[in-house]
Structure formats: C-alpha cells, structure tokens
Design a protein around this ligand. Sequence first.
Ligand code: HEC
Ligand code: HEC
Length: 465
Amino acid sequence: MLSLRALPAVARCSSRFLIYKKSLAVFVTLPVSLLEVVNTRLGANQLLASYKFVHLRLLPLRKGCMKTKITEHLTRTRIFILYVSLLLVVCVSIVGSVEAGHMRSALQKSAPATQAAAVEKSVEQVQKNIQVLTGLPASQLIPVMNYMGSSLGVKCTYCHVRKDEKWDFVSDEKPEKGTAREMIKMVQGINKGSFKGNPAIGCFTCHRGSSSPVRVPQLPIAAPTPFAESAEAAGTAKEAPPTAEQILAKYTEALGGSVAIEKLKTRSTKGSLTMIASGETMSYEAYQSAPNKIYTILNTPKQGVIERGSNGQTAWEKSSRGLRDVEVNARQSLFSDIKLGGQFTRIGYGGKEKIDGKDVYLLRGIGVDGKGERLYFDAQTGLLVRRITSTTTVVGLIPEQVDYDDYRDVNGLKVPFTIRFTSVDSFSNWTRKLTEIKLNAPVDETKFNKPAQAPSPGAPPAKPS
Ligand code: HEC
Ligand code: HEC
C-alpha cells in the first residue's frame, strides 16, 4: 500500500516517469481504496458464480437418481446403495442450501461493509508514521502534501529525506517535517477554536508561496481612496448585481439555449493534450454519449496508447501495463459543464472580478459531492470561463482549476476548443486543444464497455457456462 501511494509521488518529485499516469486521469486520480471495493465486489460475484456452478452439477445427479428408482429388478444391495446415495444427495442439498443461506447472509452483511469501505481507509491505516493527519482519507495524502509544498513554495525534499535517489518519507530526520506537524496542529486548532471548525485558515493563508510568511507590512502602503465612498453615497457607481439564477440562465442561452442542449446526445472530439511541466504533447480523442458514457484514447510518446472508458456503471483503463478498473468519475458526464442546474446543494452570487482583463461574474456554491465550487462567467458573453473545485482537508482547501477558452459554434451549440487543467501538483497540469468536435454524430456504444481481458499465461481456465 505504501509503495502504491508513495510511488507516483516519488516519481513525480524525481523524474517524469509517472507524470502521465497522474496527468492522464482527466480530473481525478484513482483512490486505491476504491479499487479494493471493486475487488471485494468481484470476490462476492465469484462466490456466487461458484455456488451456481455447484448447484447446476447437483441437478442432473438428482434426476439420474429418480430414473434409477423407476427402473425395475433391483437387488437389495442396489436398493441399499440407492438409499445411501439418495441420503447423500439430500445431505448435500441441505448443506448446500444452508451454505447458500450463509453466503446470502454474508453477502447481505458485506453490503454495508462495502459501503463502509467506500468511505475509504484513513491515511494512518495505510502509512507508517502518521501522527497528526490521523483520520485523513488515504487518497488525500498526496494532494495534501502537494498543497503544503505549493503553499510554502517548496518541493518534497524540503521536509523529506532523499538519499541515493531513494525517498524515505517515514523518516523524521528533517526538522522542517516536525515544524510542519506543529503547523498542521495549529491550523486545526485555529479553525476549531475560532472558525467553528470551518476550513477558514490553511497553510496558504499565511505562507502564500513562501516558507517564511511576511510578518511586517511592506511600505509604502497604498493610501485608501477617499472618493470611493462618496461616489457610492451619491448612488452613481453601484449597479444591481445579477442573481445566480440570472447568470445560469444567461449561460444556457449563450451556449445555444435549452432546446439545443436537450437535443445533445453525443460528442466526439479530436485534438492534442500537452503536459505543461514537460511540454510533451500527445494526440487525444474522446467519445461521449448521454448521459455519462465516455471513451478516451491518448497516444503518449513514452507509455504508448492509453484508453479509458466508462459506461456509467463501471470505469476502466487499458494501457501497456494492462487492464484495470478505475473509479467512475461522476464529473465526467456529457453535461457536466453544460447543465449546471442540479449540480449544487446551494449556489449564490459571489461578486464581479477580472480574468485576463475581462469582467467576470463569480458564483460560489457547494457541489452535491460536498466540494466547494467557484464558477466564473464572462460578464459580456455569459459563457463559463473558469471553474474551481476545492476539496476540504485539515490543512486547507485544495483547489483544482479548469479554464475554458476558444468557444466556437458547433451545430448551434457553443463549445470550448481549449481547456486547461491546473492543480497544486504542477506536474499534472495540462492543456487540451481540440481540432475537431462533432455533436450528435453516431458513436460506437460498445467502446464504453470494459474490453475483455486478454488471457494471461498461467491464468485459470475460463469458468463453465
Ligand atoms: C512542509 C513539509 C512537507 C512537505 C513539503 C511534504 N511533506 Fe510529506 N509529510 C510531512 C509531514 C509533517 C508528514 C507526517 C504527517 C503526520 O505525522 O501526520 C508527511 C508524511 C508524508 C508521507 C507519509 C509517510 C509515512 O509513511 O508516514 C508521505 C508518503 C509523504 N509525506 C509524501 C510527500 C510527498 C510526495 C511530498 C511532495 C509532493 C511531500 N510529502 C511534501 C510534511 C511534508
Ligand atoms: C497563521 C499563519 C500560519 C499558518 C496558517 C501556517 N504557518 Fe507555517 N509558519 C508561519 C510563520 C509565521 C512561520 C515562521 C516562524 C518563524 O520564522 O519562526 C512559519 C514557518 C513554517 C515552517 C518553517 C519554515 C522555516 O523556514 O523553517 C514550516 C515548515 C511551516 N511553517 C509549514 C506550515 C504548514 C505545512 C502549514 C499548513 C499546515 C503552515 N505552515 C501554516 C505561519 C503560519
């Protein structure tokens, strides 16, 4: 487990080897624990399959016995043997059904257990030397580490030991790691004591990209403008701010209107994906079908072809390293950036800001998955230009940003041809530039399903039936 979790991070820190692995996860990397859930489910299915198999074997046996009974001219020994075998069959069936009952109840019991597993292991169950981050979901460890590093403007080596090209994350040798522990406790304490447990303060609040926060105001400090207030008092400056409903309605119209959106069934895209850190570019294709089926294929220079797919129920990845199940990404639906209504438990107007010199309206919300959301809409065109999703952790809010650019008209709908992904892990940032987008063109629906596993040498023979 340790190696599984730490390895990508190690590689990311030291070389480019695994940059792809992380970055190709279009939005989220796979939490290993979810793989485990899938494994548990598979286990249960196999149990069921083997149980059915045993049962199927027993049925013809019973029928055979009935026939024997009907047949005449039986000697006493034959009758005796028949009785014994009948008894055996009865016993086996009883034991079988009792076992089936056990299995069923075990399965029923395992249902809540699976749900519990879906809640995920905490980091101290997975790592060796966790003293303050106890209770943190294991999948958040590396994002938290990246967040701390980027908040302080440092790399992993600032707090962790690296000797002879080998990482020792467990070691407490560096005093900075100890300070970081104190700081984590401090942040938890401030949020609990002063902000009712809300994640108001994080490492970035003070550090802002530097290991030593600025303590003294930098002079000269800009004098407050005395006229702003009087202009407001005169009632000339302020325009009534739009509501969230108005901004969302304008966005729907800007995209092409709800009628055109409702007609959208498929989207096929082709283009390229560039990793910002390495500058490497690879060809990218994606096929989507309403509501949430997706198939993507990437041609990477070093890892070869990487395919990913999801039919809404199961998601998978196929690469040179084999075929594996991955987490279904609920945020990968065809409509995830198109139909925004219904994606939030609450949403409201958050003010007017500027992005690249253009006025934008900000909406702040909480997604149905509990993540914080900031959506920026071009005040002029009404189109979505930026979406920032933040995960709440004990050390602060960890953001992931997606920028939408180069909107063009495709069959009556506006579609962004450039998409940029940015996160606290600078090695996973990418830009996707599309060259071709087709809407409602037929797509091969079989592409979304998990491909058959190529039989590996030494694999057990295929199951009967
Ligand atoms: C500002 C200091 C700091 C930086 C930078 C940092 N870490 Fe950590 N890391 C810590 C602390 C503190 C802990 C122990 C947390 C605890 O005790 O709960 C830790 C724990 C870990 C662990 C768990 C070790 C174990 O087995 O207990 C791993 C793995 C890890 N860090 C990886 C990384 C990676 C990868 C990076 C770079 C992306 C990184 N860290 C950057 C401070 C840091
Ligand atoms: C309330 C403000 C504040 C917050 C929040 C904060 N720090 Fe600090 N941190 C400081 C100050 C101030 C210093 C410098 C202390 C000094 O110079 O003695 C510091 C120093 C450090 C140092 C030592 C730097 C060095 O040069 O030795 C580390 C490591 C550190 N912080 C990590 C963190 C981490 C990780 C977090 C988030 C969990 C965090 N800090 C959150 C204020 C903060």
